[in-house]
Write a protein that binds this ligand. Sequence first.
Ligand code: FES
Length: 174
Amino acid sequence: MSEAAQKPAQKNDRRDFLIKLGTGAGVCALGVQALASARSLMPNVSYDAPTTVKLGPPAEFPDGLKFLADERLFIFRDGNTFHAVSAVCTHLGCTVRAEALPRPETTTVAGAPLKLTHQFSCPCHGSRYAGDGTNISGPAPKPLSWYRLSVAADDGQLVVDLAAEVDRDFRLTV
Ligand code: FES
């Protein structure tokens, strides 16, 4: 091939190379921009409420029941044992009310003895729950949740983990 014929061929090769390079750079830039946009949708910090909450020293809880409005939780105490029952109705999430039983009764729940002092009712649509949280009437589809209690290692306060549901034979003994 003559030198004159080689020059246009080299020119075309260079043009093709530059077009490919430009296209590749454009695709890379778009990819990086898409990743950056997707990342900006995810927050760097979580603003969810913590699931573990300190409730106070065990000695501050009376025998029987104490309602904690902020946590929407009932803490039951029977001597040195404690358990926590959610006050959130399993129908549509209203806060249930505790009603004292005329006479406390002891029953076996999930294989463990449990002293029942209250039952629960929901003001929204009338669901009723037994003292262990079992749904007994109304639209509530399932029992009230029970949550894990523990004692804080640093200051001895009672701690509830609202993300840790437990079986109804759970008791914390302090
Ligand atoms: S929210 Fe409790 S019965 Fe509907």
